[in-house]
Design a protein around this ligand. Structure first.
Ligand code: ADP
Length: 212
């Protein structure tokens, strides 16, 4: 988090003299209390300073990175996920390529009858199969997908930070956001309720940088 020169000075004063009132900080900086108000608001909202009536401002004891880390750990996958784009396991590679273009996504989730997640198809899975000289209109997509139980998954309740760690450590572009599902015939698995891609995480990163 980038602080202005004046905000840095306020932090230093509060660190050295806190708890200290807004008036006193203003005096020390030879400014008016009104001028300082937006800076004090930013410092308290960001969690670096705390304010108590009749006591004044004091340092929260958290470093800037600690504040950012806390924020990141409070954002859940549910609030940043996108709509999942799914294809049936019986559809063909050709249809998967068309769906990828129409939906403008890089990862498709493959589901079986009943909606249980079966696999993931990425751009390179499809590119690779086009090199083999197959008839793409007759080749089922489940031949090229990465399948359960080898899929890396996330849930709506997981923190975006943990999900992002999975994306990095498994070197994939997107994770299916899933919920456990038991079908009427007692088949157990996961239904896909969303898609978490690198784009979702980049968007969150941009929003955090803008100070939302
Ligand atoms: P690309 O193929 O465009 O580089 P990825 O890096 O996401 O895209 O995919 C690399 C490989 O990992 C592909 O074979 C793909 O099927 C597989 N894959 C993609 N997403 C997942 C996931 N969430 N879990 C397991 N494997 C995945």
């Amino acid at each position: 988090m980038k602080l202005s020169k004046r905000q840095e000075s306020i932090l230093e004063i509060v660190t050295n003299y806190g708890p200290i009132t807004g008036e006193r900080i203003a005096e020390m900086l030879s400014l008016t209390r009104a001028t300082l108000r937006p800076d004090l608001a930013i410092l308290t909202m960001s969690g670096l300073l705390e304010a108590r009536p009749r006591v004044g401002y004091f340092h929260s004891g958290k470093s800037r990175y600690r504040v950012v880390a806390e924020k990141l750990n409070s954002v859940l996958v549910d609030s940043v996920k996108s709509v999942p784009i799914v294809v049936n396991e019986k559809s063909f590679v050709y249809d998967a390529v068309v769906t990828m273009f129409i939906e403008d996504v890089g990862t498709l989730f493959v589901v079986k009858e009943g909606g249980l997640l079966e696999g993931v198809v990425s751009r390179k899975d499809l590119l690779k199969i086009t090199l083999g000289g197959h008839d793409l209109q007759k080749l089922p997509v489940n031949v090229v997908m990465t399948r359960m139980p080898n899929l890396v998954l996330t849930t709506p309740e997981e923190t975006v930070w943990l999900a992002a760690k999975k994306i990095i450590s498994h070197e994939v572009d997107a994770l299916p956001v899933v919920r456990k599902l038991t079908l009427p015939d007692e088949q157990e698995g996961y239904e896909v309720v969303g898609r978490l891609s690198k784009t979702n995480i980049t968007r969150l990163f941009v929003e955090l940088g803008e100070g939302y």
